[in-house]
Design a protein around this ligand. Structure first.
Ligand code: BGC
Length: 726
């Protein structure tokens, strides 16, 4: 439940300290205090620095007691807590050392934008629970999951780990994933706090944004994510924010996170993101990650002891750091439910990933109902190794495929593309029969054209590989894939393109093809899901969580300086050490609205094989806030899910904002009355001087919409001024 501490009346603010999970946190805090009282200073120092677990190249074997992934931390026996075994898990559990003989590899969800494109928090939660359970069964009890950075640029190298360009959608979806992970007694982080929007020069660059814009955009995503998911830890990022390193940024960690949001978990650094002892600790960093190997030297071990002796860090602060770690661990149940090594249910877990992809793939174009495919049609699938699998994104979130990557790839840094062995071709043949579906690798354009000409429908698969640490140079599809599509479409107008990409790409051939399905990075069940969508065994219901621009010139930055740089020399010549975000808080569709630009496909957009009517919008105020009430009806011939979106223009704002949505499943002919409480912070602006959310008195326009561009159903309302504590 979200928590708004209305300051009118002021007493309400004091009552609402930490919404949801309050009892668990209170019990855990009591237990943590008791454990702390029994700890020596040495024990306390041990708790605030994790150790490298052998998951990185150059390590000298696996330390005793470590299962081998991102880090581990043996806890003092008096705490009753098991060793903290920490693994990456943006999309699935990463277990590079595969300590268990029988269960080393994991199931991967589709990429973050795919899950966000479901607009279904229950789906996100189910995915989180799946990876949490796999972690538990592999012996891990902390997952480095919960990527909540806003997607500010479609070329960002880690966009596929994040969710969306909107703070409300991001916060609710990522928070739900976190809640799912933690429901399996495995702690989740939320990361990378904050404004780690691009990868180029991430270790040094200062991402600059005014406090008001920060609060209304990236920080709002984290705020909602934290109150939705209650992650045990917040991971601060590599970059600087307004000049100060995120992991020694008192504004972010002390003022916003711990004071304004009353966050009671702990702050852990990203791997190699700690740069000091006293400055970092006094700015709010509670735990140095992998301090023995990833930082210039350990900052929290002997240097912390010295700082305590010199009085530069107080004993009270050390106790606070330890209490936060212990409280988070107890609250998630790490002491009472230590991980139990056991085989994973791979079939059930793959089904979770498949369902997520089925609900998150977005049908962008479907001229003359080229889709769904008839089972009797002769279909040729072309390109992107669709005969053996689907591509995934690279970096620390990379999951080792169960079985092997059917296309040779490298999981370890710096990473080549890895394919998951879920083949769209096999999925299609299972539905339509092998005699109806053929395959052409797409490596010889002439050959592909001949195959397309001989088929009823050509489905061209294209990929764009993205990985941590490197931004994409452009939104163009690489490797002459545009030329392949154009040639195939010329030979057969019934051409459908399946995009396996990090996010939006340019589509110069869009008018020549009949269909486009954005499948993102489809995950371990992706090939089956794509086939089921193409053949109409499921109705496409995904809606874009990011704007698809028509041209890169429409973006706030024409290019990312230094993007794609793989050498320090490259970076040196192209580096923007200061990145000021021209769009401010108006990220994505808000920027397009503000700059009166028409995207290729707007945020929120997506087609379906059925049709929906939405209408009857009326706005109602009550003690909770402003409600949008309306009717939805499935007027088509198939059951399906509809996502009705509510956008608002608030007085003084330069762009409209998503204030709520409803995701409902409707049978054929079914109608539903829907009530959506609009998010009060989206109706407000953040008043920095007063440290308050302020809903201004004035005229508001609310649209019931199919996407961010749809302005067919507006309603006006006059609202009074309301102040809300942060
Ligand atoms: C990434 C984090 C990751 C950590 C541990 C860092 O490079 O930025 O997201 O959790 O490594 O692998």
């Amino acid at each position: 439940m979200p928590c708004f501490r209305a300051v009118l009346p002021p007493a309400a603010a004091i009552l609402c300290l930490f919404a949801g999970g309050q009892n668990a946190w209170a019990d855990a805090a009591g237990r943590a205090r008791t454990a702390l009282a029994a700890m020596s200073r040495q024990g306390k120092l041990a708790v605030v620095m994790s150790l490298n677990a052998g998951g990185f190249p150059g390590d000298h074997g696996l330390p005793k007691g470590a299962y081998g992934s991102a880090a581990y931390l043996p806890m003092p026996a008096t705490t009753g807590l098991p060793t903290l075994e920490i693994s990456d898990a943006g999309l699935g559990v990463r277990n590079p050392n595969r300590v268990r003989g029988d269960a080393g590899d994991s199931v991967s969800l589709p990429s973050g934008p795919a899950t966000a494109a479901t607009w279904d928090p229950d789906m996100a939660r189910a995915g989180g629970a799946m990876i949490g359970e796999e972690a538990y069964r592999q012996g891990f009890n902390i997952l480095l999951a919960g990527g909540a950075n806003l997607i500010r640029d479609p070329r960002g190298g880690r966009d596929f780990e994040y969710a969306s360009e909107d703070p409300l959608l991001t916060g609710r979806m990522v928070g739900s994933t976190i809640a799912g992970v933690q429901s399996r007694h495995v702690m989740s982080t939320i990361k990378h706090f904050a404004l780690n929007a691009i990868e180029t020069a991430r270790f040094t660059m200062s991402a600059n944004l005014s406090p008001q814009d920060l609060r209304e955009s990236d920080l709002l995503a984290f705020e909602i994510g934290i109150e939705t998911g209650h992650p045990g830890a917040v991971m601060c990022g590599y970059n600087r924010v307004n000049q100060h390193y995120a992991c020694e940024n008192s504004y972010l960690l002390n003022a916003v996170l711990k004071h304004d949001w009353s966050y009671r978990g702990f702050v852990m650094s990203d791997w190699g993101a700690t740069h000091s002892t006293v400055a970092a600790i006094n700015a709010g960093l509670d735990q140095e990650s992998s301090g023995d190997t990833m930082d210039a030297h350990p900052f929290f071990a002997a240097p912390l002891k010295d700082a305590l002796d010199r009085g530069e860090v107080s004993g009270t602060r050390l106790d606070d750091m330890v209490l936060r770690v212990l409280t988070a661990a107890y609250s998630v149940g790490l002491a009472d439910h230590p991980p139990r090594m056991q085989p994973m249910d791979v079939a059930a877990d793959t089904l979770v990933a498949q369902k997520d992809e089925e609900a998150g793939a977005v049908l962008l174009r479907n001229e003359h109902d080229v889709l769904p495919l008839a089972r009797t049609a002769h279909v040729v699938m072309i390109g992107a190794h669709a005969d053996v699998g689907v591509i995934s994104g690279g970096g620390s979130s990379q999951v080792s495929p169960i079985g092997h990557s059917p296309v040779p790839g490298r999981v370890v840094w710096p990473a080549d593309p890895v394919w998951f062995p879920s083949a769209p071709l096999l999925g299609a043949r299972a539905i339509a029969g092998a005699e109806h579906v053929s395959y052409d690798p797409g490596t010889d354009v002439g050959h592909a054209v001949a195959a397309a000409r001989a088929a009823d429908v050509a489905v061209v698969f294209v990929t764009q590989f993205s990985k941590e640490g490197v931004d994409l140079k452009s939104m163009e599809l690489p490797d002459q894939q545009d030329a392949l599509i154009a040639a195939v479409a010329k030979a057969n107008p019934r051409t459908v393109v399946v995009l396996e990409t990090s996010g939006p790409v340019l589509m110069p051939w869009i008018d020549q093809v009949s269909g486009v399905l954005s499948a993102w990075y489809p995950g371990s069940g992706g090939g089956t899901a794509i086939a089921r969508l193409l053949y109409g065994q499921v109705n496409p219901a995904g809606r874009l969580p990011v704007t698809f621009p028509a041209a890169e010139a429409q973006l706030p930055r024409a290019t990312i300086a230094g993007a794609g740089a793989t050498s320090l020399l490259d970076l040196y010549f192209h580096l923007d050490q200061e990145l000021s975000f021209r769009e401010g808080a108006d990220v994505g569709y808000r920027w397009f609205d503000r700059s009166h630009s028409k995207p290729l496909y707007p945020f929120g957009y997506g087609l379906s094989y059925t049709h929906f009517d939405r209408g009857g919008l009326h706005l109602v105020r009550d003690g909770q806030g402003l409600h949008a009430r309306f009717q939805l009806r499935n007027t088509g011939t198939r059951p399906g899910a509809e996502t009705a979106q509510l956008y608002v223009r608030v007085p003084g704002a330069q762009a409209k904002r998503l204030a709520g949505w409803s995701h409902v499943q409707l049978a054929v002919g079914e109608s539903r009355a829907v009530d959506v409480l609009l998010e009060p912070r989206v109706l407000s602006h953040f008043d920095v001087a007063r440290d308050r959310w302020v809903q201004s008195a004035g005229h508001y326009t609310v649209w019931l919409a199919a996407d961010a561009e749809d302005e067919t159903q507006p309603q006006e309302i006059v609202l009074p001024e309301v102040l809300r504590a942060p």
